[in-house]
Design a protein around this ligand. Structure first.
Ligand code: NAP
Ligand code: ZN
Length: 346
């Protein structure tokens, strides 16, 4: 076992504080990574506050991890000490169900293992990236390009893949009208990707102050959702809506902005169920769907695309001891557009 340190929430709603714990030794198929940067996802806040139920404490959050490999097991072939590496929301899965065979480990029939707050295959509880190092089986470690700014790469491991995957699955292409609901960590990556795919991108936001940023990120239109007239102007309009909103809401006006056969993909996981009237879907054969992060193969494809096209997250780099304040600001949609912890400050 290796003495490790990080920041943990000792109980639901308690502030995060320094925490010492142990990581397993590097096994034959494992890679140890010294963590350099870790993004702060809204899912961290939901889980630290036990908003989805079932949170396990103490919890070391963090699933947007980049760092350098310091040690590899005897059977590891694709990483060596000194390589850059990334870890996202998953650290293992059953590896033999149909979904795993297809590279869709996030939908593993036997339950994939989350990077933190989950029961690992050996029965231990996983601890995430608000820490100085992590040990992960090789198959779940991503290659990170030396070309990009590492702090700006970290959010790609969750916010990036979570928005990339549905855009690919719903075949977003040049000319498609794509809306992004909520301009936060996920939302700003959705805007960048959809714009890079040639889509006509509209941001649907509750924050009028974000209009200039949305346009700079690649959006063509910006609609303030509280403005009923502006919402009317996009009735029956979108092919695809990427919904990243983290709070429960009435979906009616948003669903009404889908054209015939249009789809809203739910990515945000509010603690309470959203409101929806069946007629709203029926009227134009609209669809509502969901999507969970992305598999390892697709995550690598997304990272490679970002390296080739110089796509990165817009970040505010913070010290580890700023984390509780960062959570409060994230709850007020006050972040441009992802907090990333510099683990050198741990
Ligand atoms: P975030 O950075 O806090 O962004 C969420 C955005 O939603 C905010 O910036 C805000 O945008 C909008 N919003 C917040 N409260 C709202 C409200 N009451 N009404 C309407 N809009 C509101 O969060 P994130 O990290 O992007 O995560 C977003 C959600 O996705 C979370 O629920 C998270 O757990 C979930 N998530 C899901 C997956 C998955 O695999 N499906 C993966 C990661 C995260 P505006 O200011 O523009 O309105
Ligand atoms: Zn996340």
């Amino acid at each position: 076992m290796t003495e490790s340190k990080g920041y943990a929430a000792p109980a639901a709603h308690a502030p995060l504080a320094p925490f010492d714990f142990q990581r397993r030794d590097v096994g034959p198929h494992d890679v140890r990574i010294e963590i350099l940067f870790c993004g702060v996802c809204h899912s961290d806040v939901h889980q630290v506050r036990n908003e989805w139920g079932g949170s396990i404490f103490p919890m070391v959050p963090g699933h947007e991890i980049v760092g350098r490999v310091t040690e590899v097991g005897a059977h590891v072939t694709s990483f060596k000490p000194g390589d850059l590496a990334g870890v996202g929301c998953l650290v293992d899965s059953c590896q033999h169900c149909d979904e795993c065979a297809e590279g869709l480990e996030q939908y593993c029939d036997n339950g994939s293992v989350g990077t933190y707050g989950a029961v690992d295959k050996d029965g231990s509880i996983t601890y995430g990236g608000y820490s100085n190092n992590i040990v992960v089986t090789e198959k779940f470690v991503l290659h990170v390009s030396e070309k990009l700014d590492l702090a700006r790469v970290a959010p790609l491991l969750c916010a990036g893949i979570t928005t990339w995957s549905p855009l690919r699955q719903w075949n977003a292409k040049a000319g498609d009208r794509v809306a992004v609901m909520g301009l936060g960590g996920l939302g700003h990556m959705a805007v960048k990707f959809a714009a890079a795919m040639g889509c006509e991108v509209t941001v649907l936001s509750t924050s009028p102050s974000k209009e200039a940023d949305a346009k700079a990120l690649g959006a063509h239109k910006f609609v303030v959702t509280k403005d009923a007239e502006a919402m009317k102007s996009v009735r029956n309009y979108f092919d695809l809506i990427i919904n990243t909103v983290s709070a429960a809401m009435d979906l009616t006006p948003y669903i009404s902005s889908l054209r015939l056969d249009g789809t809203m993909v739910l990515l945000g996981v509010p603690p309470e169920a959203p409101q929806l009237h069946a007629f709203n879907l029926i009227a134009k054969r609209r669809r509502i769907a969901g999507s969970l992060i992305g598999g390892i193969k697709e995550t690598q494809e997304m990272l490679d695309f970002c390296a080739e096209n110089n796509v990165m997250s817009d970040v505010e780099i913070i010290r580890m001891d700023y984390i509780n304040e960062a959570y409060e600001r994230m709850m007020k949609s006050d972040v441009k557009y992802r907090f990333v912890i510099d683990l050198a400050t741990l």
